[in-house]
Design a protein around this ligand. Structure first.
Ligand SMILES: [Zn+2]
Length: 926
């Protein structure tokens, strides 16, 4: 290693000098790309421009890594010509990408695609794409496998053999024929499948399917990758990936080995989709370089045999985790360090959150991820900042108050972040005392900014996680904010202002934190406007999480208190990775150009994640820079390098393989409408901040119009009238309408600014299933569930009521309906709901006696209660956060929020589903 340990991640304040010259638009847009741009690299590619803006302080700090040196000159980093990356020595560890695919210099776009949905060239009227698929497909293509072809038992198939045998099949499989079935949306009203739809299966051989990455981790908007950008443009669909890279797994092959085998050219990790030319050579599936098989790799630790490199676990599993050697460390792995930053102003005390938080931390202190090195600290703040000396041996915690908030300093050096094990009793004393300490406070001010600066200073030497609990607008010192919300404009149909930050203070601080491996998570518990658009930046750019509890009150808002309690419990105990970076690589010819999620883009394609948690999702957009005609498989690999809470350096690697296709019909057939909708949601959020909400909304509508127009223009057997979509895309208009009715994107319906911004944060950082439940909730009738078609799991019977369309037409007063919106669940009980259900499930004698603010349902010793509980538990099984629960009576105030989710229905300001279809049809005929 050429890096000396003292340099590690300690580059002096890299951002502060260069950020002051940032132009304001870059500050507000951050590292996100604005505009809904498909395909080609956009004009306003802020990834490269953001990197460019930080260039001044960086070039001297580029570190070399011996692995990269030995790869020769072909592994230089992908940074742009004029824009050196912000210094971060971790970058060189994970390794660079292709030198020949380097992004264009900042500000000099190579190709300029028009923003999607605007002014795209009209297609030639006589244009006829290939005929629609034959109705009678050859069944043999379903899982095509030529006789005798077994990629893993037959020694060393070459990549070209693999390709020609397995991918990009010329014909159309049965499955594809179904996904291409033309659906007349105006006539077919029941397009919603009765069960949650699984993601489409890529058209690959069974052998490849078996080893392919789980769609829960890695999904592509198009499971058939178009061969060229021209073909992608014809489909008018966005190409991108949705990732959930650090999700909780029940099974994960962990590999300890001296040599982690990677392509010498593009640094791809060896994976199930490489090909072995012979025992000693393998060919990279991303850049096609032929690499040597190292000696160690010839031994298979699983089978304990020699000479079968293709049977190693790395080549048999598309998700693996490597224990990294010291080559992947620039400093000894950091310990788990947790700092809690708590608002103790009058407002905070009044809300009662402190009690709930302190109790929860006391209950979970033993379960905080970490080891004997784990450190913990507390800072509280109101108009001043308070530190707590928890030095082992003290008889009680000592509070140190710093009132100079203009130049906040750390009052003592070594006893504010203490070893949890050694100081556990003092920590417990403090947690027991804290809620009472500020009980009678009269301090109404909030010096959040100075408190954050103090946290940064305290954490800088180690890195770690800062958890901020804030209950109001910061009013003192650096980062103070003013109210920007005009309550009279909450239901405006015009543009919504102030979606971006009011100051760059929080972003700058986040970048400083990110540079020192500090992640900041924000819990906002507030009944008043608190400018989440500004505050959230502190988490967005430091790879943190944002939680929001509007109108939180520990007594008056039971649902919020319960949700907060459960969220904090999950938050404190969930897995955490420190000092992480993530890089996504893809087959040569494809190019990633825009990233979505909470992180900072350090160089063109390296995501810096000071902390990584199992509940965050990410998305990327891609374009096709070179034709993929020479291959029939495209691969994508995400590598996440992190330090575990036990101080181990680990690399989690996921590899996804998809077929490449040359026909437009195949592109449509492989469309993954859920992934498309989630990617579009991310793009629309960026657009609403960089341009305007109405632009973002128009672009979403245009996405549907363009895609259906492209389908119509290229199909041969499509009727001229009606609104026709291929079956694979039949839910596209519905999902887009649902997106337009989200708090994040809606107009004309009263929406508090902070709630809108929070909804935006959720769409940008949640994994796909959570986004989909939020956008298009699942509705079930549950008062008459039978055992018919029920699942039988471990002695319990789980009823499977069918999914219902989101319209009031499906509700009846005689029924009870469960709506699952991801982070909230409603149980709507009709006025004439049968009393057996009310008695057996809710525990009340009749409808009138059911209280209007029920937030949980009791576990009763009745068959129907057990059945209902089994069903709800089953819905919650795969989810890490528990939703808030509301029993909604037809005459209660929660009714409005329940009915807002019935997205197919007309509202005062928004189309019904049918009206929306007519609108699309009208736009298409323009
Ligand atoms: Zn390679």
């Amino acid at each position: 290693m050429l890096v000396s340990l003292c340099d590690l991640g300690r580059t002096p304040a890299p951002f502060s000098s260069s950020l002051s010259v940032l132009n304001p638009s870059v500050v507000s847009d951050g590292c996100y790309i604005s505009g809904l741009l498909y395909g080609d690299r956009g004009v306003n590619n802020a990834v490269s421009s953001a990197a460019g803006d930080h260039s001044s302080s960086s070039s001297d700090h580029e570190e070399e890594d011996e692995e990269d040196e030995e790869a020769g000159g072909d592994s230089s980093s992908t940074t742009t010509g004029s824009a050196s990356p912000v210094p971060n020595s971790y970058e060189s560890l994970e390794g660079g990408g292709y030198s020949d695919l380097a992004a264009p210099p900042a500000g000099v776009p190579t190709k300029q695609a028009p923003p999607f949905g605007y002014n795209y060239p009209t297609m030639h009227p006589a244009y006829q794409q290939n005929p629609a698929p034959k109705p009678d497909p050859s069944p043999s293509h379903g899982g095509y496998n030529p006789p005798g072809y077994q990629p893993y038992s037959q020694p060393f198939p070459s990549l070209s053999e693999l390709s020609s045998a397995l991918g990009g099949l010329g014909g159309v499989s049965e499955l594809e024929a179904e996904t291409l079935r033309p659906v007349n949306l105006l006539q077919e009203r029941n397009i919603l499948p009765p069960k949650r739809t699984p993601p489409p299966e890529p058209n690959l051989s069974n052998d490849l399917r078996k080893v392919n990455c789980s769609p829960d981790t890695f999904r592509c908007t198009l499971t058939n990758i178009p061969q060229t950008q021209a073909l992608l443009n014809k489909a008018r669909l966005p190409l991108g990936l949705l990732l959930h890279p650090f999700r909780d797994l029940t099974q994960l092959p962990v590999i300890t080995s001296n040599t982690i085998v990677r392509c010498r050219s593009c640094r791809t990790y060896i994976n199930p989709f490489v090909s072995f030319l012979d025992q000693r050579r393998w060919k990279c599936n991303l850049c096609y370089r032929v690499n040597d098989v190292p000696d160690e790799f010839m031994y298979n630790p699983v089978t304990r045999s020699y000479g079968e490199p293709h049977k190693r676990p790395e080549v048999q599993n598309s998700t693996v985790e490597f224990i990294a050697s010291s080559d992947y460390m620039l400093r000894p792995p950091q310990p788990a360090v947790y700092l809690f930053l708590l608002d103790v102003s009058h407002n905070a005390v009044e809300s009662g959150y402190l009690n709930v938080f302190c109790q929860s931390l006391l209950d979970n202190l033993e379960k905080l991820p970490g080891d004997t090195r784990t450190r913990i600290g507390f800072v509280t703040f109101d108009s001043t900042v308070h530190f707590y000396n928890l030095q082992e041996g003290l008889s009680q915690p000592q509070m140190l108050v710093v009132s100079d908030i203009d130049d906040v300093f750390i009052p003592t050096n070594d006893s504010l972040l203490v070893n949890l094990k050694e100081s556990k009793e003092l920590v417990k004393d403090l947690l027991n005392a804290l809620p009472g300490m500020f009980m009678h406070t009269r301090e109404t001010q909030s010096a959040l900014g100075p408190a954050l600066q103090a946290a940064y200073k305290l954490m800088s030497p180690t890195g770690g996680r800062v958890s901020v609990f804030q209950t109001q607008l910061p009013t003192l010192g650096a980062g103070l904010l003013q109210s920007r919300e005009d309550p009279n404009l909450r239901s405006s149909t015009k543009n919504v202002q102030h979606l971006g930050p009011a100051t760059d203070f929080y972003k700058k601080l986040a970048l400083d934190c990110s540079g020192q491996q500090i992640g900041v998570d924000l819990f906002l518990l507030s009944s008043q406007y608190s400018d989440l658009a500004s505050l959230a930046c502190v988490s967005k750019y430091s790879a943190g999480s944002v939680f929001y509890y509007p109108s939180f009150h520990h007594i008056h808002n039971t649902a919020q208190r319960q949700k907060f309690q459960k969220d904090v419990q999950r938050y404190l105990t969930r897995k955490i990775g420190f000092e992480a970076v993530m890089r996504i690589r893809c087959t040569k010819g494809l190019s990633i150009h825009t990233f979505h999620g909470n992180f900072f883009v350090r160089s063109t394609d390296l995501l810096s994640l000071a902390n990584v948690n199992p509940d965050s999702g990410f998305a990327v957009q891609m374009s096709i820079e070179e034709s993929l005609a020479d291959t029939s498989l495209a691969c994508f690999q995400a590598a996440l390098l992190y330090t575990s809470s036990k101080g181990k350096r680990r690399i989690r690697v996921h590899t996804l393989c998809l077929p490449v296709v040359s026909q437009l019909s195949e592109v449509f057939a492989g469309a993954d409408i859920q992934a498309i909708s989630c990617l579009l949601a991310n793009m629309a959020i960026d657009r609403s901040i960089s341009s305007s909400l109405s632009d973002a909304r128009d672009a979403l509508v245009n996405a549907v119009v363009d895609c259906l127009t492209a389908y119509r223009a290229n199909g041969s057997n499509v009727q001229p009238s009606g609104l026709i979509a291929p079956a694979a895309l039949r839910l596209f208009p519905l999902y887009v309408l649902a997106l337009l009715k989200q708090k994040a994107l809606r107009t004309g319906t009263s929406t508090r600014l902070d709630e809108r911004v929070f909804s935006m944060c959720e769409l940008k950082s949640q994994p796909l299933p959570q986004i989909m439940r939020m956008v298009h909730p699942d509705l079930y009738r549950i008062d008459n569930m039978t055992e018919q078609a029920a699942l039988h799991l471990n002695d319990s019977v789980i009823p499977q009521p069918p999914l219902l369309q989101l319209t009031a037409e499906k509700l009846t007063r005689e029924g009870a309906f469960l709506m699952d919106c991801g982070s909230v669940m409603y149980l709507w009980v009709g006025k004439c709901c049968n009393e057996t259900f009310i008695r057996d499930v809710l525990g009340y004698p009749n409808y009138a006696s059911v209280p209007s603010n029920m937030t949980e349902i009791p576990e009763l010793q009745t068959t129907y209660s057990e059945r209902t509980q089994a069903f709800i538990s089953w819905l919650l099984e795969s989810r890490t956060f528990h939703p808030a629960f509301h029993v909604v009576k037809d005459d209660a105030s929660t009714k409005t929020s329940f009915f807002q989710h019935l997205v197919e229905d007309r509202t005062e300001s928004a189309f019904s589903y049918y009206e929306f279809l007519l609108h699309i049809q009208q736009q298409m005929s323009k």
